[in-house]
Design a binder for this molecule. Sequence first.
Ligand code: B4P
Length: 190
Amino acid sequence: MLNVVIFGAPGSGKGTQSENLIKKYNLAHISTGDVLRSEMKNGTKLGKLAEDYISKGQLVPDDVIIGMLADVLETKKGSNGVIFDGFPRTLAQGEALDQMLSEKGQSVSTVISLEVDEPELIDRLLKRGQQSGRSDDNLETIKSRLDVYNNQTSPLKEYYKTSGKLASIKGVGTVDEIFGRISEVIDNLK
Ligand code: B4P
């Protein structure tokens, strides 16, 4: 089982690279951001709750996200493995993921951390905001998302470094160049 966490700041290319990974390695994909946006579109109770947090650039509370992830993970049974895109984002989520996988006799295979500097991140997200209509792709919210990433999410790198799972990848260049760097890490997993 290949369980890949694709990790990085907002705009680092997690969604973009996940698409390539799904095709090459025939993996299931769980993007917590996509699941939340779909709930918002359908006007569900979860969607309405998520909208309050997402539009402010804040994280949706851990208990909500962990429960949601557990439900979605159940639907991916029988796959070759899973790409976790945008999850975990806090230490509590990282610990919960380890627990959920260990109950299935599995573990995280690798954590691909896409490293991109902030001016480039802001530039990418503002460009996307011009077309996406996403309520969180505006300058004020982007700045909150980056603060949240630096304060709440990036400490997870230490957690995965300690367990020897962290692979830091330069996330700047063409999409294909970056995918080449990611594939090298995955192809070299024992
Ligand atoms: P996400 O949907 O995960 O959004 P994100 O982190 O902002 O990253 P995204 O996937 O959009 O961007 P990507 O890196 O692919 O989360 C949205 C919100 O949902 C969060 O802020 C939070 O409120 C909530 N949420 C989600 N998961 C949660 C969790 N686990 N816990 C709590 N709350 C949660 O970047 C894509 C952009 O860069 C694209 O426009 C792309 O075209 C461009 N790009 C990609 N590669 C490029 C390259 N090489 N060169 C130039 N541009 C590139």
